[in-house]
Ligand binder design. Structure first.
Ligand code: GLU
Length: 375
């Protein structure tokens, strides 16, 4: 247990994800101020210890829907967008006010899927977050639900939090939830459910445990937490699932008074960018490789235009593309150094001919090996 607690106390950068059900009173849509005040004390103590803290907070829809008089149950997309727009103002204000009482500076960041998936925007978001941390602020992050539509959203803040942790190289992610960790069966329905304190490998058996446990407010549940664990562990970030149903939940973990499940980060030599590429959700197009190029990639080389036989999709320079073998196998993903339009013109050609074909001297490789993650 002590060794697992260190995963939190020794971390340099910690992302704390707070679920709607903890922050918002389900009966009246009001913020649970006392709870947040206690959490602010936890965060302040972590900061004093020299830890950098980021918060990923849900709750905008849960708060906004009550204010707008929207019915209980599932909302239409435009209704939840409206609710988020209304609730987010209150949420941000509450954080500013309550964290302010313990002298924490708060900054609001609203992210959309593209901010962690598109390289240029990813780099922007990452540098803003690092700057805020270096200035001693606590970034409070949520999905920009008002503009995110179903095709372009994370949809749940568990994965958003994992992406944020990955993006800024956090070493610990704590998902505060209404469950205190992972069980082999839904503990609300099975008295004999076994608690798992430590998970080192996300086996099929573990992933299958993500069934049940849904909350009325968040769109999460255990399955999105396990998906978040997948992203976090791959990114070198430990992930804790702990109950936030008590006051000062982080203090309770530190004191050994609250149990939690720890998903232990994999010790992987991949650099941060490679990890991000491997975990990205959607790719903008495909490049089909000839057999020689496939072999070259397996040997750790970059993908040159000469080895590409087909370009599909419409993508820009810097976008994520899927790499396919000549017989259509998914080989992995990478960031394209060329737009699809330019890629179409240079494939099959030697790198030395690129400047002449395109009229500018681009990179030799169409996907550099450092910007590639093979399956
Ligand atoms: N972004 C949503 C909100 O603030 C919550 C998403 C989730 O429940 O995971 O209301």
């Amino acid at each position: 247990m002590a060794a697992l607690i260190n995963r939190l106390t020794d971390a340099k950068r910690v992302v704390i994800k707070i679920g709607s059900a903890l922050l918002v009173d389900g009966t009246n849509g009001k913020l649970r101020k006392e709870w947040l005040t206690a959490l602010a004390e936890d965060i302040a103590r972590m900061r004093v210890r020299g830890q950098e803290v980021l918060v990923v907070s849900s709750g905008s829809i849960a708060m906004g829907r009550v204010i707008l008089g929207l019915p209980a149950g599932r909302l239409k997309l435009e209704e939840s967008q409206a609710a988020a727009a209304t609730g987010q103002v209150l949420l941000a204000h509450a954080y500013q006010e309550i964290l302010g009482t313990v002298n924490l500076k708060v900054a609001q960041i609203l992210l959309t899927l593209g901010d962690t998936e598109e390289r240029r925007r990813y780099l922007n978001a990452r540098s803003t977050l690092s700057t805020l941390l270096s200035l001693g602020a606590v970034p409070v992050i949520n999905e920009n639900d008002t503009v995110a539509t179903s095709e372009i959203r994370y949809g749940d803040n568990d994965r958003l939090a994992a992406r944020v942790a990955q993006m800024i190289g956090a070493d610990c992610l704590v998902l505060l939830s209404d469950v205190d960790g992972l069980y082999d069966k839904d503990p609300t329905r099975n008295e004999d459910a076994t608690f798992l304190a430590e998970v080192t490998e996300l086996t099929d058996e573990i992933m299958a445990m993500g069934g049940g446990v849904q909350t009325a407010y968040g769109s999460g549940g255990m399955i999105t937490k396990l998906k978040a664990a997948q992203i976090a562990m791959e990114s070198g970030c430990n992930m804790l699932i702990a109950s936030g149903k008590i006051m000062n939940p982080l203090g309770a973990i530190e004191a050994g008074e609250a149990r939690f499940s720890c998903f232990v980060a994999k010790d992987t030599p991949r650099n941060a960018r490679k990890k991000w590429i491997a975990g990205s959700l959607s790719s903008a197009g495909t490049l089909t490789l000839d057999a020689g190029a496939e072999k070259a990639l397996r040997n750790g080389n970059s993908l040159l235009p000469a080895g590409v036989t087909k370009v599909e999709g419409n993508f820009d320079r810097g976008d994520l593309v899927t790499l396919l073998s000549s017989d259509g196998r998914d080989l992995g993903r990478g960031l394209s150094a060329y737009s699809s339009e330019d890629a179409l013109r240079i494939i099959g050609h030697k790198s030395g001919e690129i400047a002449e074909i395109l009229g500018y001297s681009g990179r030799d490789a169409i996907v550099h090996r450092d910007e590639m993650a093979l399956n």
